[in-house]
Design a binder for this molecule. Sequence first.
Ligand SMILES: Nc1ncnc2c1ncn2[C@@H]1O[C@H](COP(=O)(O)OP(=O)(O)OP(=O)(O)O)[C@@H](O)[C@H]1O
Ligand SMILES: [Mg+2]
Length: 372
Amino acid sequence: MLIKNIELSNFRNYKKLKLDFSPNINIIYGQNAQGKTNLLESIYYLSKLKSHRISNDSHLIREDSIKLNLKGVVINNSIETKYEIILSDNEKKFKIDNDIIKKISDYVSNIDTIIFYPEDLEIIKGSPGIRREYINDELSQLYINYYKILSDYNKLLKMKNDYLKNNNYNIDINYLKILNSYFIDKGVIIYRMRKKFIDKINEYCNNIFKTIMGLAGFSLQYIPSIDFDFNDIDNMKKIFKEEIEKNQADEFRLKTSIVGPHRDDINFCLNNKDLKKYGSQGQQRIAVLCMKLSEIEIFKKYKNSTPILLLDDIFSELDDSKKNNLLKYINNDIQVIITTTDLNKISKKILKNSKLIEINSGKIKTIKEVEK
Ligand SMILES: Nc1ncnc2c1ncn2[C@@H]1O[C@H](COP(=O)(O)OP(=O)(O)OP(=O)(O)O)[C@@H](O)[C@H]1O
Ligand SMILES: [Mg+2]
């Protein structure tokens, strides 16, 4: 999958911009605060209808303007599709090939992107909730049914929590049993899909980490909130049920559900040491990146297409050799769009094979096409 071109009007600090991309490496460079991240954000927004860095869309509309328009052509398996978003304070319209799309899920399932940006360090450093949110997003992008099961699970979780909160002295055990049985059915599927996903990441991430960092022994460790044998679904349900029963008194006392996949976590390990506690900042950053690069392989295998890779300011903490190792690694059949303030540290060979786009105050200053 690749993005052929993009057209922005009144997006962030861009009044008007039309840009064609190379199918391989695109490097967007320029000084601070010129609009490099904004440009990546526009591609991400075109694919996911949400920004990777803010939740309030109205910040995306250019100051002094009331409406933004984003257009882009994406090629997937040789088929070109036109996407368009129109956003103002009171409307958000999105179109595919000029047809208005009503359901968000019908729009966002089309363009696969993987974005890596500085705040992703929080996936390692932050709370388990951030890691769960991350796997949830990725699994939803890979499998449409995961999104559905997760939202069913969250509804049941909320029902159960509301019930525990509001009926503290008058709990109907039979009602709770029924609620728990639905809860367990959905929860077990989530546990299993997460386990499968982490196993798949582990097929690739060690090699990628070794290529970039020169160190072996990197893996992700899934820490499900219950210890299971993942191959035996009936047994998983039985153990899940027993675990809820064991914790029932605490759930009543705390008035909340304390057993289930909403309490899962993941560790990032280098030779079984937790990178959260032992890793350098550069190692942590590369660890998250390697997890994301492993997903490219999973997309290739299970969706039969390569996602578009967006890398924001990836170089800031990497020394020259790691930078070039990374670029060498991604320098094959994938489209990548990278932002940086400094071209000097990138090898000549890679620069020759890249499209270079210099941005200055929301405008293109120079463009250099890939050298033939
Ligand atoms: N809605 C908006 N309207 C106009 N300008 C905006 C809007 N939102 C952000 N900007 C401007 O965009 C600029 C920041 O752009 P961006 O974050 O893309 O910078 P950058 O080139 O990635 O810089 P850095 O190298 O520091 O990361 C700032 O000058 C900011 O004022
Ligand atoms: Mg930036």
